[in-house]
Ligand binder design. Structure first.
Ligand code: AMP
Length: 429
């Protein structure tokens, strides 16, 4: 299947070509024709499947098809609600990319920053609005936003909205939408409350489902290091020095832990930044940009802060702490191995985390291979091998014939290094 087969208009196809997309992902192949026919969608899909284009492309095309001079022009005709600022920004970037040859204007609004720039943009007229619920309601209450002309409504990551306590805000927004509209409902999981909400807001939806949780796990090469809690930072340092890791997204359970790990790495010459809920919005965006641009080699994140983060060609995810909710593990490792590429996920597991590991393996139906003989193995428990001297060569993992496209980013990192940019530091060894 190609994008031509999906009957997408030429300016969109040209933009997709520039973005390097060769063919639609399964969620796009399924959703786009239905959306173009005017159907509501109930889509079960995770971030990383290409779901943004699955709703953004039909919205752009349908808005573009409207008569020139339509009275709606410049009024908000499409509203996309996202749970986090990071996700909202990324959706906005996708509209930039896919709509670059079209006339539709869009903007992104979210809390935690001054509203002035956002209200100025709104007053100049936008066709497509991407928003987090809190700021949207705030600006609606202040009279900056009217949803009367909305024809397309997307609720993205509905299950996260629920988890993060936004469901009442979402319902408040929905009450202000016109009845006559097309709605796209996206959720990675479908707990009862989400199914109920979907019934309330969708009209005879077409159902699309791709990539069940386990198949993300199948794409990603995973291994686990048994390591005492106190040795985790040393092990991380060791891996970053010895393994071929061009960039890594490291997950910790707590904000405090994220700060500590980032500080520790930076003090030891590996440039790292942390993102979590206590950081200002500007600091989070800056850290994310530094990482995406290859200036920071390691980004340390908590789960909430990392939700929705989309980094092309991310080679490694490292679970410094294992999550107690198995689905979170799958979300985390789904940051790598995007859109069909394969990636590597390394996990640290201390004694207390063994039950989490068991749950994860149960959920994914996979045994995660254990790296043995590393210098920081767990003391004696479960017959683990005894610790080895730190100078011992690092056991090589078998990378098999992974055919991913991490090479480019690695090249970029090496180039930065040669040019003596910040990323070069003397980070690697
Ligand atoms: P999403 O699930 O929308 O967050 O998309 C995940 C990643 O896949 C993003 O980096 C997109 O740019 C990328 N992507 C989306 N659709 C395609 C496609 N058809 N071909 C290649 N990459 C894609």
């Amino acid at each position: 299947m190609t994008f031509q087969d999906l009957n997408l208009i030429e300016p969109i196809q040209r933009a997709l070509k520039t973005a390097g997309y060769q063919r639609p992902t399964p969620i796009q192949a399924q959703s786009i024709p239905l959306a173009l026919q005017g159907r509501d969608l109930l889509a079960c899909a995770q971030t990383g499947t290409g779901k943004t284009a699955a709703f953004a492309l039909p919205i752009l095309q349908l808005l573009n098809d409207q008569q020139p001079g339509s009275s709606r022009r410049g009024a908000i005709q499409a509203l996309i609600l996202a749970p986090t600022r990071e996700l909202a920004i990324q959706i906005g970037e996708s509209f930039d990319s896919y709509g670059k040859h079209l006339r539709q204007r869009h903007t992104v609004i979210f809390g935690g920053v001054s509203q002035n720039a956002q209200t100025r943009k709104l007053q100049s007229g936008v066709d497509i609005l991407v928003a987090t619920p809190g700021r949207l309601l705030d600006l609606m209450n202040q009279g900056y936003i009217s949803l009367d002309k909305v024809e397309f409504f997307v609720l993205d990551e509905a299950d996260r909205m629920l988890d993060m306590g936004f469901i009442h805000d979402v319902k408040r927004v929905i009450r202000k939408l016109p009845q006559q509209r097309q709605t796209f409902f996206f959720s990675a999981t479908m707990p009862d409350a989400i199914v109920k909400l979907s019934r309330e807001i969708l009209d005879r939806p077409a159902r699309v489902q791709v990539d069940p949780v386990s198949s993300t796990a199948e794409r990603v090469e995973q291994s686990v290091y048994y390591v005492p809690k106190k040795q985790k930072r040393k092990l991380l340092m060791h891996l970053l020095r010895n393994e071929d890791i061009s960039e890594a997204l490291v997950f910790t359970r707590t904000k405090h832990g994220a700060n500590r790990v980032a500080k520790d790495l930076s003090q030891r010459g590996i440039y790292a930044e942390a993102i979590h809920g206590n950081k200002s919005q500007t600091a989070r965006q800056k850290a994310l940009k530094n990482f995406k641009d290859g200036r920071t080699r390691v980004l340390v994140a908590t789960d909430i802060a990392a939700r929705g983060i989309d980094i092309d060609e991310l080679s490694h995810v490292i679970n410094f702490d294992l999550p107690n909710i198995s689905e979170t593990y799958v979300h985390r490792i789904g940051r790598t191995g995007r859109a069909g590429a394969s990636g590597i996920a390394l996990s640290f597991c201390d004694t207390e985390e063994r039950p989490y590991l068991r749950d994860i393996q149960k959920l994914t139906g996979q045994r995660i291979s254990v790296v043995e003989g590393h210098p920081f193995t767990a003391e004696d428990e479960d017959n683990q091998p005894a610790p080895q001297p730190a100078s011992a060569p690092h056991p090589k993992r078998n990378n098999g014939n992974r055919s991913n496209n991490n090479g480019n980013k690695r090249k970029r990192w090496n180039k930065n290094r040669r040019n003596g940019s910040k990323a070069s530091g003397d980070n690697r060894r």
